[in-house]
Design a binder for this molecule. Sequence first.
Ligand code: NAD
Ligand code: TDX
Length: 336
Amino acid sequence: MKLLITGGAGFIGSNFVRYMVNKYPNYEIVNLDLLTYAGNLENLKDIENAPNYKFVRGDIADREFVQGLFKEEKFDYVINFAAESHVDRSITDPGIFVQTNIQGTLALLDAAKNFDVTKYLQVSTDEVYGTLGETGYFTEETPLAANSPYSASKAGADLLVRAYHETFNLPVNITRCSNNYGPYHFPEKLIPLMIINALNDKELPIYGDGLNIRDWLHVEDHCQAIDLVLHKGRNGEVYNVGGNNERTNIEIVKTILEQLNKPESLMKFVKDRPGHDRRYAIDATKLRTELGWSPKYYFETGIKQTINWYLSNQEWWENIISGEYQEYVKSQYGDR
Ligand code: NAD
Ligand code: TDX
């Protein structure tokens, strides 16, 4: 069995590559990643020499390259994590989100169709559903109502995946997950940013009133869900993934400050994110009942483990925030 995992040098992708390399020693796993600012091979240091693992640098939106890779490797499964993933960046520079998230997905779908893959799995997000009020949950039937250029590009990709199933009978699944947290989370996102700023006694920027709610899921629980959908998901189906851990941003920040024994005076309320979704909450009943998924982590233990990971892996994040890692990538591979 040969798997293509795209975006495997990013946060969730690297956790998933490690999970699969260790769990399935008989699978051949190819990690295709462009190594943008968010991709980091340091995330995979411990498994880089595993016999069932190979890294390829390349762009999922480079159609010719992608076709060539599929022709050569003859993948059975494709799992697409590669994306521009940060909402704030999509507000200042939406073009690259359309390029990678939509054109890139299209290039992968065409190659998957031409080379008859057994399954194409698109890793999507709950953000495609838009925002919730104080009550209710996103189900797989909730209409798409993306509010940011990031989520619009993910929704566009999801519709292409659906269309390739309906039109060409491509065997696909889409997973839509809530906010992940855990080791190797890139320092521009809420949880790692707050941990690192607190450790450096820097201000913690909280957008708006800080009462926006996210539904946090440990990245390992997400990996397990994708593994299940890959092997057991019914063709053409969407599966929501979420752990019922709704927290306001302020609650998250206060938890981090308390764990690190830092003062709440570090919190700073700043200008709100434009189009800031108020609340996300996932109903994962379908995944639980159909495929038997259940998350292992309680948020309270998961967040402590995550904070400890950042304490023990200071060099990892210092290399990123000082720009040292990007210098290394440039010296090895040239500019993106
Ligand atoms: P990330 O930004 O940490 O990693 C993205 C990876 O994709 C990086 O390694 C980057 O180098 C690579 N990449 C970017 N453009 C590429 C291109 N054109 N070709 C090849 N590789 C490219 O993202 P993440 O947080 O790990 O998210 C992974 C996926 O999961 C994304 O599709 C995202 O939309 C989705 N998702 C993320 C979350 C979350 O909370 N982080 C939640 C739900 C869904
Ligand atoms: O400095 C900050 N201050 C702040 O208040 C940052 C970076 C974020 N926030 C708020 C905005 C959100 O309400 O924290 C919340 C979480 O923000 P992000 O970490 O940027 O995540 P979010 O916008 O919710 O999107 C994430 O989850 C869904 C991922 O980045 C997406 O890729 C995924 O699809």
